[in-house]
Design a protein around this ligand. Sequence first.
Ligand SMILES: [Zn+2]
Length: 452
Amino acid sequence: MRKTLDEGRSKGLILAPGTLQSATIGMPGVATLLLIGWSMNRMRLIQLRGFSPGCLTAALWCFLSFASAMPAAIAQEESGRPNANGNDDEAPVNVSVPTWDRLTVKLDAEASRSVDGKIEIEALDGSLLFQDMLGHLLLLKSHEVLEREQHKEPVELTAAALESRLKEELPDGFRLHQTRHYTFCYWTDREYTQWVATLYERLFAGFNNYWKNRGFDPQPAKRPLIVLVFANRAQFERFARTDMKSEPTGIIGYYHVLNNWVVMYDLMADGQFGNRDRGLSQALSHPNAMPMVATIVHEATHQLMYNNGMQQRLADIPLWVSEGLAVYFEAPDITSKQGWKGIGKINVLRYQRAKQYLRQRPADSLATLIQDDKRFRDGTMTLDAYAEAWALNYFLLKKYAKPYQAYLQELSKKTPLVPQTGEERIALFEEKLGKSLNDIDREFVQFLQKLQ
Ligand SMILES: [Zn+2]
């Protein structure tokens, strides 16, 4: 649905921290934080601070989170049966868009060109938030849009059109692997890609079952979820440098919230997890591989949440929610043949850190976690913020499942690019949970103290 920002809401548009992309670093204990702005030259990111009323020019936070090492299996809460095993090529998905817009745009020195898609938001100054047919989000200033027309007849993004669009954007030499919900563009071998595909399809099924069992009806996007799997680290770095507009130091995979794809490389390429002949699953269940596997699951979780109606890209979703849930779901289950069983287990590293944090936890810790995302951005506090966010999600999903669900539903309706104040964030939390922050805090701390 097209939305127009009104005066009252256009006091300033800022993107939710963590929404640009969440990448995970394969070095536990290291968090990198970047502030990048976004100017609308397709996916081009530039340094930018500040924003003006009613204008979609916005500062974007790119928050790079980090992986946790995998916990030993403790408690199984949920399992989901996979809808597809990820090993078979499915028929390519054609996406039908009933009403669509064609824009003629001219960006900087580029020649003018047409883009098809959907205007998501139109700001007072005429700038647009536009989603193209591939799912990329574009922020267009009014002077960059030369012409616009709306089409009522449906248009289809066919598999062939999808492939040709991908070829325009990606380095040469990739092959496609289509599963029920994902389109994999891969430069590595097919076996590794199929392994990731199986993992992702099982996560997809388990994740959606998890929410369905709790009364939330996920609305998976009709468009396939795109995953890029490069052959090795060097190739990944070359691409990521352009895609992220920053050095991917220590990063082994990320979700790009504007491009809506997960990017990774073949973890087996460098031979650090032994011989592939032993079987990929066995090699990748090596303890050293587990944090990395957690990373690719973590990033896929972000992609799922942004594509099943739980969260809107570029909406102000508090990081304790988006990162806390990704950490909650990141535990992979690569041994089970029956489906995803990793959901709901205690994340041991986050748990241990949260227990440590309890010893010096400030009285206003819950308030600072919820009211803004500063603790996630400050490298000295990031680990504690992630640990507390994991613990809070764990607590709420165990003890306040329904009210928390209602809170998440409310967040799912948030308009992209409209920030909430700290007071608004806390008020919404208290309203949906039905208790004061102090009461919740008391129960939360008691719960965590007893948790084993
Ligand atoms: Zn994340």
